[in-house]
Every structure is written in C-alpha cells, then in structure tokens.
Write a protein that binds this ligand. Structure first.
Ligand SMILES: Cc1cc2nc3c(=O)[nH]c(=O)nc-3n(C[C@H](O)[C@H](O)[C@H](O)COP(=O)(O)O)c2cc1C
Length: 388
C-alpha cells in the first residue's frame, strides 16, 4: 500500500496535479493561489530550486538521524504542518487528517485561528504535537479565553502571525468566486457536481464553519462568523500587544511572517523564542522577496539567539535540507500537506509526511550529513560546505 502510493505519487508535484482534479475549482484556487499576478508564489519556489548544496563524500557508512529538538521538545524531523485557514473548504475535516498524521509521525501540526475545527477537537488528536496559530483578537477578553482553551487542549507553541496587517486582494480567488459564506450560483453548483467525491464528503461532514472562533461571533451562522473574523481579529499587532500576549501565554512564542533583519532584531529584543521567516506563501504581498532569499541574512543577525522557523516554498525533502543549510532550525509546509489531503483525502496527510521524511533523510545522506546539526553547520550562506 505504502510503496504503491509512493510509486503513483512520488512527489508533491504529483499530488498537486491530482488535487486540481479532485476538488472544485473555487477550492483549488483558494489553495493554490498567491496574490496579485502570483509572481511572489513563483519566486518562492523558483528561488528555492536555485539553491544548490555541494555534497561531501568518503564519510563511511551513513544513516541519517532526523530527530530534532525544538523548544525542549523532541520531534522526529525538523519539519511540520503550517497553519492553514478555511481548511475544510479544501477537504472536509482536513485538520483531523493532518493532526493524526502529525501525531503518528511525531512532527508538529499547526492549527489556524480560522481553521474549520476547534482546538478542543484537534488538540487531543495531535497528541502533544499541536501548535496554535494566532490571528490576534482585538478584544483582550476573547484573546484570554482563546489562549486558555488552546492551552487546555494541549497545544504547546504559539505562532503569532505578523504578516496580515490587512486582507490581500487574491485576484484568482475573486475570479473563482471564493466567498464566505459561499454564493451558490448555478456555476458553483456545477463545479461541485463535477467533483463528486469532495461533494459527498462535504455533505457528510457539513459545510465548513470557523469552529474555533464560533463562540465569539454574535451568531453561529457563517455570515456572523465572517463578520467577526473581519473586524474582531488582526490588524492590531504591535510590540505592546505582544507584551500583553506574553503575560497570557507561558509557552514558546514564534512571530510568523518576519522578512527583514530589522523586524527579526525587534522580535529578538521582545524575547521571542522563535522567528518565523515566511512571506505567508506569497498570499499577502506579491512584491516581497522569496522567503529563502532573506533567510541567510536573518540567520546571520539572529546568530543562534532564537530558533528560526522557516516556511514558504517548501515542496520536497531536499527543500527542507536547503532551508536548514541556509540557517533555519525548523521548517513548516503549507500547500505541500494540503495538496496531499486534497488529492488523497484520509491518506493524504500520512503520505506527504512519509514522502518528505524519506526524501529529507535520503538527501541528508546524499549531502554527507549524518544528523540535522551537521546539516546546519556544514553549509555557508552560498550552500557550499564550510571546510573546518
Ligand atoms: C490555503 C492557505 C491558507 C492559509 N491560512 C493561513 C492562516 O490561517 N494563518 C497563517 O498564519 N498562515 C496561513 N497560511 C500561510 C501558511 O501558514 C504558510 O505560511 C504558507 O503556506 C507557506 O508557504 P507554502 O504553501 O509554499 O508552504 C495559509 C496558506 C495557504 C496556502
């Protein structure tokens, strides 16, 4: 079964192709798009592919030790699942599938504030592997309540998203008619009908709702919840807000969406345990540099004083090696996991974890690195081995 799947879909690119044929056009456009002309999204993956790593040989028998420690916790590998909102639109109960896969593979699963399952449902499924992503609530009472719930549900690490000061245009999503609540035009109905597996699974699970924040909206219907998300979350973040947050969350805080050494420096002064180098998969501003291109400069400035959690553009195990070699301590993958679930439903999360794990370990050996520390220490910012 495992080898059959690996033979049929040996890469994220294969899953992406299948996902496009499995889910309705509007869900596909929501998942796959960046913003603007999608130049930034292309830049993320193009720049990633340009990073070369020169291998070292003659190192005797090698097996890759992928285990990594981050914030005092052991993970089977230095990668995990990035937070993705409106998840159930792409596949019903995608969060459950991914949290279970993360628990099985002992890698982190990050639940978005605007996911379609609640922290109470997902925390136990993630079995200690849960991280929570916060879009900062404006109301301090809501913030405290949400953080209490997240902690009680077993989430260990808080990702605070800095890079959504306001909504972005998302032209592809607009053209495809992505709205919440959905407008059920004849075209949308047709697009659902030609994707029967998705439609049946969605009918059985019920249409997606923002279950994590439903209790804070004035009504439980999608219209009210969407209004709450629009006005009650985000757009407020500054260092003072983070100080308040620090008093309410006693676990590690990662500030996600840092793209400049200047912001990284401020995050360090604030005392963040983690710096999330990311451009949100280029879904916010089409003009930012590729995240991988700013990583070495930020890593140089941080110089080991906080952990660097990198995302944006990771599609292969080799890409994980690339990011670690250029200074990341840990890597998150957004679309890669979602393509897997959209393509293969229940089997998708485990398949992507398995595939990335295998490809990562293989490339470590190809490069002559026995463990993650060697991978991080061997390369300079040009991807060349540093000769000691
Ligand atoms: C469909 C989709 C929804 C996302 N929703 C969120 C979200 O709710 N919160 C957040 O911090 N990031 C969100 N992101 C950004 C991811 O966490 C991550 O930064 C991005 O996907 C990384 O790029 P990659 O897709 O190339 O791996 C979303 C990304 C995608 C593709």
């Amino acid at each position: 079964m495992r080898s059959q799947l690996l033979d049929r879909y040996p890469s994220v690119a294969d899953l992406r192709n299948r996902a496009r044929r499995q889910i309705p056009f509007f869900a596909w456009e929501y998942l796959d798009s960046g913003t603007g002309r999608d130049d930034g999204a292309e830049r993320n993956t193009d720049s990633m592919r340009k990073v070369t790593l020169t291998p070292r040989f003659m190192r005797g028998e090698m097996t890759a030790e992928t285990e990594t420690e981050l914030f005092g916790q052991k993970y089977a590998a230095p990668f995990g699942v990035a937070p993705v909102g409106l998840t159930g639109l792409m596949w019903p109960e995608a969060e459950n599938i991914l949290a279970k896969a993360a628990a099985k593979f002992r890698i982190p699963y990050s639940l978005s504030t605007v996911a379609t399952q609640s922290p109470e449902t997902i925390g136990p499924l993630a079995d200690g592997m849960g991280w929570f992503q916060l879009y900062p609530p404006r109301d301090p009472g809501v913030r405290r309540d949400l953080l209490d719930r997240v902690k009680a549900a077993g989430f260990t690490t808080l990702l605070v998203t800095a890079d959504v000061p306001t909504g972005s245009t998302r032209e592809r999503q607009r053209r495809a008619g992505v709205t919440v609540p959905p407008k059920m035009t004849p075209l949308m109905i047709y697009r659902c009908m030609v994707r029967p597996e998705w439609s049946l699974a969605t009918l059985m699970a019920g249409s997606p709702r923002f279950k994590g924040v439903a209790k804070y909206a004035s009504g439980a219907d999608l219209q009210n919840m969407t209004a709450f998300i629009g006005t009650g979350l985000g757009g407020t973040l500054d260092w003072k807000y983070l100080e308040e947050l620090r008093n309410e969350w006693d676990g590690p805080i990662v500030i996600k969406g840092i793209m400049s050494a200047a912001d990284a420096k401020d995050a360090l002064s604030f005392g963040a345990e983690g710096i999330g180098v990311s451009n949100h998969g280029a879904r916010q501003c089409d003009g930012t540099p590729a995240a991988i291109d700013v990583l070495p400069g930020i890593a140089e400035m941080i110089d080991g004083r906080a952990s660097i959690i990198f995302d944006s553009g990771i599609r292969t195990g080799l890409d994980i090696c690339r990011a670690l070699a250029l200074g990341a301590d840990f890597v998150l993958c957004g679309r890669a996991f979602m393509y897997g679930v959209a393509a293969l439903g229940q089997r998708g999360g485990e398949h992507v974890a398995d595939m990335l794990m295998t490809d990562f370990a293989n490339n470590m050996v190809q490069l002559g690195c026995r463990n993650v520390a060697e991978l991080r220490e061997t390369y300079g910012d040009k991807g060349l081995p540093v000769l000691k």
